[in-house]
Ligand binder design. Structure first.
Ligand code: UMP
Length: 339
């Protein structure tokens, strides 16, 4: 078979990759002092990119971080301040303490980078508008002169992303030199398929499949018990049947409004009630993201998430928060609105 195996949901692909590495690793590695199990050259295809979130209790997916990282990318940002609030471990990757280099895909994808003043993302959309069958709508992430010595803690793991408009749908492919199958795989697939969906909306077409190719797919030896727990759950407990919600697109004005609220919530200059959220000029999809950010603000402040916020979240978001922060969601609020 010359094309990658297809999966209907990311959960299925994720479990298959983790199972392959744990059951049958090709190598034991210790690159940069971390012991890992590795299977080189793994590829898979997702047929429905909207089913990108794994509902696995043992994984404790941090959906708040997933959305924050996506917005951080799309805004072209590289600041530690925003992203480390959602994932403190990322601060350790910064050499100067204020910016990230390799991990910050945003400036490389969404920052202006040529004489035409366009970003790689916008240039790809323009090319697909002019030549829909183009094979050139590719965005390069890891740079040729990126320092790859052991003293650089933050080298881009993604080589590039490619869009292909075929059969009226926008397909995408991610190419990675290395991918941590437990942590990075989930976050990267989430962001890349969202970027694909964003591009599809801008082009006025539906998103197609997403294909992921990875040179070194691996798990850390220290994570193997967690991986085992995920595999046991996948074998014994069916995933809850939440409907996936397509992303409605994101205009520049909507992005700016989201980022203003994100900053206000993160820096303690604002609070969002379910009622205020309803009045914001945003599609419900993005209102949900701000409600998640506000729930996280309450959790960070050491509180329970208030019942109004919990009840305004979709059932899928409530499920994710409840499994990530089990003691912070009040049981009485869990009977809120359906997915
Ligand atoms: O978007 C990313 C960024 C990093 N990593 C993981 C892969 C490696 O486990 C580690 C980076 O270590 P090096 O490959 O740079 O040594 O982080 C990812 O999976 N995805």
């Amino acid at each position: 078979m010359l094309t990658p195996p297809e999966f209907a949901t990311f959960t299925d692909a994720y479990v298959a990759v983790l199972r392959r590495i744990l059951d049958d690793p090709a190598y034991e590695t210790s690159g940069r002092g971390k012991d890992g199990f590795e299977v080189p050259n793994i590829s898979f295809r997702l047929t429905d990119v909207t089913r990108r979130t794994p509902f696995l209790a043992a994984r404790k997916t941090n959906i708040v971080f997933n959305y924050a990282e996506l917005l951080w990318y799309v805004a072209g940002r590289s600041d530690v301040a925003m992203i480390s609030y959602y994932a403190p471990r990322l601060a350790k990757l910064s050499i100067d303490g204020t910016t990230l280099t390799g991990t910050a895909y945003g400036p490389r994808l969404f920052g202006p980078d040529g004489d035409d003043g366009l970003s790689q993302f916008d240039r790809c959309l323009r090319t697909l508008g002019e030549d829909p069958d183009s094979k050139r709508a590719a965005m390069v992430i890891m740079r040729p002169h990126e320092p790859i010595g052991v003293d650089n803690p933050d080298v881009a793991c993604t080589l590039g992303l490619q869009f292909m408009l075929r059969g009226g749908r926008l397909h995408a492919t991610g190419y990675m030199r290395g991918n941590d199958a437990l942590i990075g795989l989930l976050c990267d697939t989430f962001s890349f398929t969202m970027i694909q969906e964003l591009a599809a909306r801008r082009l006025g077409v539906e998103p197609g499949s997403y294909t992921h190719h990875v040179g070194s797919m691996h798990i850390n030896v220290l994570d193997q018990e967690k991986v085992r727990a995920i595999l046991t759950e996948a074998d014994t407990a069916p995933a809850p049947p939440f409907a996936a919600t397509p992303m409605p697109g994101l205009s520049q004005a909507e992005l700016e409004l989201l980022l203003d609220w994100e900053t206000a919530l993160r820096t303690g200059r604002g609070e969002l009630t379910a009622e205020t959220a309803r009045e914001l000029p945003l599609p419900d999809f993005w209102r949900q993201v701000l409600l998640l950010f506000d729930a996280y603000r309450q959790i960070q402040a050491g509180h329970h998430v208030n019942d109004d916020t919990t009840a305004a979240l979709t059932a899928a978001h409530r499920w994710l928060l409840t499994h990530r922060w089990p003691n912070r969601i009040t049981a009485s609020a869990l009977a809120g609105r359906p997915a």
